[in-house]
Design a protein around this ligand. Structure first.
Ligand code: A2P
Length: 282
C-alpha cells in the first residue's frame, strides 16, 4: 500500500499554474489609455488573419473559498497568421476587471490564451472585389493590424484603404507606425512585388484634437469628403468590400452607410460585401 502524503496548508493554498499559459515577450505603452504586447504562440494555434481569441489572467482569489477563476476577454490577434509570435493591442481601463491588471504586464509574465480562434473579419467572409476598406475606431484597428501584414490582402485587392478615427493624435501612433513598417517590409515587397506599398492607403482622423484631417469617418463618408480626398468616386457593390471594427455606435452607423452604397453584410457561411465586429472596450 502506498503511503498517502498529508495535504499541507501550503500545498492546499498553492496558486494553480495558469492553464494555456503563454509568455509575454514585449510590452509597449502608447498613451495612458493604450498599449500593445507580444507573447509566445502555442505551437498548435492556427488562425486566419483578422480572427480573435480569448485571453486573460487569473482573477483574484474568492474571498471565502480562495478559488481563482480565469478572467478572459475576446481580443483580436493584431499579428498576421504567419508571425511566430502573437501581438495584441489593448485599451487600459482603470476600473476594468481585466485591463486594470493587464496593463501592468511585463516581459516574462504569463497570460492565459485559449487557442480557439474565431471571427468574421476574415477574407473568407467577403466576395472577391477590387478595393478593400478597413474602418476602425480606437483599438478596433487590431484585426486590421493583422490583415495589413498579410500577403493575401494584397493578392486579393488592387487597393486597401485603412481609416482610423481616434479622439487624439497620440492614439493614432500604433497604426501610423504599423503602416510605416508595412510599407518598408521587404518580405511583403518580395512576395507581392516592389509596388505593393502603393496599394495601401492610410487615412487617419481625429475628433477631439487638432490634426491634418478631423472628423468622424462616418461624417466624412456622408459628406463625400473622404472620396474627394482620396480621388475616388464613391463605393459600389461591384468593386468595394469593407471590414468594420469599432464601438457599437460606429458599427451601426457604418452599416447604414455601407448598405446605402448597396453593400450587403457577409459571414463565414455566406460571404458578401462587408463584415462587422465590435471592438473590445472594457
Ligand atoms: P467622438 O470623439 O466624436 O466621440 P472612443 O475613444 O470613445 O472609443 O472613440 C474612438 C473614436 O471613435 C473617437 O474619435 C470617436 O469620436 C469615434 N466615434 C465614436 N462613435 C462613433 C460613431 N458612431 N461614428 C463614428 N465615429 C465614432
Amino acid at each position: 500500500m502506498t503511503e498517502q502524503k498529508p495535504v499541507t496548508d501550503a500545498a492546499a493554498q498553492k496558486v494553480p499554474a495558469l492553464p494555456d499559459a503563454q509568455t509575454v515577450t514585449e510590452v509597449q505603452h502608447y498613451t495612458d489609455r493604450l498599449f500593445r504586447f507580444r507573447c509566445t504562440r502555442p505551437a498548435s494555434l492556427r488562425f486566419r488573419s483578422g480572427e480573435f481569441v480569448m485571453i486573460g489572467l487569473m482573477g483574484d482569489p474568492h474571498p471565502e473559498t480562495g478559488k481563482q477563476k480565469p478572467l478572459l476577454r475576446a481580443y483580436s490577434i493584431a499579428s498576421p497568421a504567419w508571425d511566430e509570435e502573437l501581438e495584441f493591442y489593448s485599451i487600459k481601463v482603470q476600473d476594468g476587471p481585466l485591463t486594470s491588471k493587464l496593463q501592468h504586464l511585463k516581459e516574462g509574465d504569463e497570460i492565459i490564451l485559449r487557442p480557439k480562434p474565431v471571427g468574421t473579419l476574415v477574407h473568407d467572409a467577403l466576395l472577391p472585389g477590387k478595393r478593400l476598406w478597413f474602418f476602425a475606431t480606437g483599438t478596433g484597428i487590431a484585426p486590421f493590424a493583422s490583415l495589413i501584414r498579410e500577403p493575401e490582402t494584397y493578392e486579393r485587392y488592387d487597393q486597401i484603404i485603412l481609416t482610423h478615427t481616434c479622439r487624439e493624435v497620440a492614439e493614432l501612433t500604433y497604426g501610423r507606425e504599423l503602416v510605416d513598417s508595412v510599407r518598408a517590409d521587404e518580405m511583403l515587397a518580395e512576395v507581392i512585388g516592389e509596388n505593393f506599398a502603393d496599394k495601401l492607403v492610410y487615412y487617419p482622423t481625429t475628433t477631439r484634437e487638432e490634426s491634418p484631417k478631423m472628423g468622424r469617418v462616418t461624417d466624412l463618408l456622408r459628406s463625400g469628403e473622404i472620396f474627394r480626398d482620396l480621388g475616388i468616386e464613391g463605393m459600389s457593390a461591384e468593386t468595394d468590400r469593407a471590414m468594420v471594427c469599432g464601438s457599437m455606435g460606429l458599427n451601426t452607423d457604418l452599416k447604414e452607410i455601407l448598405e446605402g452604397f448597396g453593400l450587403k453584410e457577409g459571414a463565414n457561411s455566406e460571404p458578401a460585401e462587408y463584415v462587422v465586429e465590435k471592438a473590445f472596450v472594457g
